[in-house]
Ligand binder design. Structure first.
Ligand code: AMP
Length: 114
């Protein structure tokens, strides 16, 4: 039994707003957006963070980055620019221990967000 909130979202047990999905990942709107566009790209496979995923399946990490670019296009922020962030561990202030990439845009980002 997985006690991970993002695993539960992927399983459809917790509601979310999905803006993109493919074989590797889903992309959902962040529940507490830090920018006009704030989407989380979440792999279906459970990895605690980028370090773990890159060691186990580096090709997946590349496909997740590509998914971020696809999300940015669909959200209409690709041309003006956007930010992709992943927080790792305690010093990275990671709050959900399932790898996710924040896609932030729709405003000029001047400081750390997400
Ligand atoms: P991090 O601090 O990098 O681990 O980011 C976790 C993100 O998940 C935060 O931006 C939260 O707002 C977001 N979050 C937590 N629970 C949910 C949820 N149920 N649906 C959407 N986003 C969520």
């Amino acid at each position: 039994m997985c006690d991970c909130i993002f695993c539960k979202i992927i399983a459809g047990e917790i509601p979310s707003t999905i803006v993109y999905e493919d074989a590797d990942c889903i992309a959902i709107r962040d529940i507490n957006p830090q920018a006009p566009t704030h989407v989380l790209v979440i792999p279906r496979a459970h990895y605690a963070n980028l370090t773990e995923a890159a060691a186990a399946d580096p090709a997946l990490v590349g496909r997740l980055m590509r998914a971020c670019t696809e999300v940015a296009k669909r959200e209409g922020v690709s041309e003006d620019g956007y930010r992709v962030v992943t927080n790792i561990g305690v010093n990275g202030a990671q709050s959900v221990q399932h790898l996710h990439l924040h896609v932030l845009g729709g405003v000029k980002l001047t400081e750390r967000m997400a």
